[in-house]
Design a protein around this ligand. Structure first.
Ligand SMILES: Nc1ncnc2c1ncn2[C@@H]1O[C@H](COP(=O)(O)OP(=O)(O)OP(=O)(O)O)[C@@H](O)[C@H]1O
Ligand SMILES: [Mg+2]
Length: 347
């Protein structure tokens, strides 16, 4: 038996709640194989005691099926979680210089409207007087350039930081500014996490009250990298009322729970469609988000209907929340969500 063989086997052990394994995330610090004894030393940063327990159990389960391992000893050293802030009034703030609060917009399932919510929320927060940045953390499917109607290439400043692009008063960073529209992103796991760290730490975010993170769907590497590298003040989970989306929303809630990021609440998007005659059609089912928020004991921050102006605004680079709330019900809904958010996470 060799340490390499053991490491290979430990790739089957996932970080609880995530799709990434403990080897690729660098948690396994040392493996030794002596006759009759295999020792694994793991370091994990978390405030949740169930995380090391689960890793411990999973490591034993995997290693004990191997031949010639002898006694298996798994030592887990738990380090304090990175300074993650809680809700209103808590101590400690975002760990990105120039940024007071970091809000992640996430979902389990793709295509439920995260980028639409993140863009409109950014604009609505700014309309309330806050200084806002929006970081598109979806490297493989960036949307922010399109949704803000700009494809400017960012420049570097004298400190070699990337200067964010500005549109509609928001500081923006997205992979969409670095590549032309037709180029697919061809970066693999470790490179992707490096890009994300650059987006968060080597962009000259200036005097921001809120930095909104538009996350890719799911619970993968990028999400884990973000929560491990910066202190996210809270996460907003976007879902449609449909069961398939709600199942994944639950997973996202669990994931943030595992890394001690407070859930600020759910947003039920595409909640209904209202026709000209005022009749509501519940295309993806009625009340799924309301029930789920109750079930998960988190706030329902808002319900956003399916709306033509919202889709058009996204495609045209003018988020619907730029409209006066009185002019459009979806703009009004986003302004309400922004007000709730300011109350939950004040600057
Ligand atoms: N409330 C809404 N009314 C009408 N169209 C909407 C609404 N919300 C989102 N859309 C449209 O649905 C599509 C998907 O939305 P969006 O890109 O925001 O989802 P996403 O969750 O960010 O997707 P991905 O998982 O691919 O990142 C977009 O074309 C968007 O314009
Ligand atoms: Mg998106």
């Amino acid at each position: 038996m060799t340490p390499d063989f053991i490491r290979q086997a430990l790739r089957q052990v996932r970080y609880p709640g995530f799709s990434r394994d403990i080897i690729s995330f660098g948690l396994v610090k040392e493996v030794t194989c002596e006759p009759g004894l295999t020792t694994v030393r793991i370091e994990v940063q978390t405030g949740d005691p169930t995380v090391p327990e689960q890793i411990f159990k999973d490591c034993h389960a995997v290693l004990e099926t191997l031949p010639d391992v002898g006694t298996v000893q798994v030592d887990i050293e738990v380090k304090d979680a990175p300074a993650v802030t809680g809700l209103a009034g808590s101590v400690g703030k975002s760990s990105i210089p120039g940024v007071q609060r970091i809000i992640a917009v996430a979902s389990g399932k793709g295509g439920v409207g995260k980028s639409t919510v993140a863009s409109n929320l950014a604009v609505a927060l700014a309309a309330g007087g806050a200084r806002v940045g929006l970081c598109d953390c979806d490297l493989y499917g960036p949307s922010v350039a399109q949704m803000f109607g700009t494809r400017e290439n960012p420049q570097a400043n004298a400190q070699d930081e990337i200067i964010p692009i500005r549109a509609h008063g928001i500081q923006l960073m997205s992979m969409g500014f670095l590549l032309d529209e037709r180029s697919p992103v061809v970066v693999r796991g470790p490179m992707a996490t490096r890009y994300i760290q650059q987006f968060l730490r080597q962009v000259a975010w200036r005097d921001l009250d809120y930095l909104v993170l538009d996350l890719p769907p799911g619970t993968g590497d990028i999400q884990l990298t973000i929560v491990q590298t910066v202190a996210v003040d809270g996460a907003i989970i976007v879902t449609t009322p449909q069961e398939v989306a709600l199942i994944d929303a639950r997973k996202a809630v669990t994931m943030f729970g595992k890394v001690n990021v407070p859930i600020l609440g759910l947003i039920e998007n595409m909640a209904w469609f209202e026709c000209d005659a005022g009749k509501k059609y519940f295309i993806f089912g009625e009340g799924g988000g309301v029930r789920e928020a109750e079930h998960l004991q988190v706030a329902l921050l808002g319900q956003i209907p399916i709306d033509v102006a919202t889709r058009q605004g996204g495609d045209a680079g003018t988020p619907v929340a730029l409209l006066e709330p009185g002019q459009n019900p979806v703009s009004a809904a986003f302004h309400e969500v922004a007000a709730r958010l300011r109350a939950a996470v004040p600057c």
